[in-house]
Design a protein around this ligand. Structure first.
Ligand code: ATP
Ligand code: MG
Length: 186
């Protein structure tokens, strides 16, 4: 069930030096995901709007569905092998097909990272390079060392299902959410 889809563009305005009003945009979408099948359907839909260099934060409690969502995204993007949770390795690398081009996708799980400095010491920051797609679970553990997201997705455990709140905070992220075509049970 779609409980609240703000597909419309919420215009904000700021005044430029010549006092013209310039619209900025903000994009947010919220879906209720009844069961794992819905979470996978959202992951599949997201696979179709991925762009090179996209950074996606995945928030939510333990067991909220962050890895489930990522796994479905990777499968739909053409990854045929296993998708392990990077709980102990902190990151798992993949190569996906984006419009006929091979693109690196890194799936991070920073739950076990002790402090934000570890993120730098591990050399993770260099992967945020405008080319690699980075999907991050437990982004909060890297603090301000982590580059900002294009899209943040929060999975809230709601009854027996999940509520997915998605918000874009860059032009690239807005484009992805605007083009996202998703209806649960599809
Ligand atoms: N919409 C949903 N409704 C109910 N259960 C779901 C839904 N989506 C996923 N699940 C279930 O919730 C669990 C999610 O596990 P998953 O490993 O994906 O969580 P996670 O957020 O990655 O946790 P962690 O923070 O420990 O890595 C799985 O058992 C899956 O079947
Ligand atoms: Mg996980």
């Amino acid at each position: 069930m779609i409980i609240d889809t703000i597909c419309g563009i919420v215009p904000l305005y700021h005044i430029t030096y010549d006092a013209r009003l310039v619209p900025l945009t903000m994009q947010q979408k919220t879906f209720y995901l009844n069961d794992e099948t819905d979470t996978c359907a959202l992951g599949k839909a997201l696979a179709h709007v991925l762009e090179r260099g996209l950074t996606i934060y995945l928030h939510g409690d333990l067991g909220a569905g962050k890895t489930t969502l990522t796994r479905a995204m990777l499968r739909e993007a053409g990854h045929a092998g296993k998708v392990k949770s990077p709980t102990y390795t902190l990151v798992e690398p993949y190569v996906i097909d984006l419009n006929g081009q091979a693109v690196e996708l890194l799936h991070f799980d920073l739950y076990r990272m002790g402090c934000p400095e570890e993120f730098l010491e591990a050399g993770f920051r260099e992967h945020f390079n405008g080319e690699t797609i980075c999907i991050i679970e437990w982004a909060e553990n890297a603090g301000s060392e982590l580059p900002p997201p294009d899209i943040a997705i929060t999975l809230d455990i709601t009854g027996d299902g999940r509520t997915a709140h998605m918000s874009a905070s860059s032009g690239k992220g807005m484009h992805c959410l605007e083009t996202l075509r998703f209806s649960p049970h599809c």
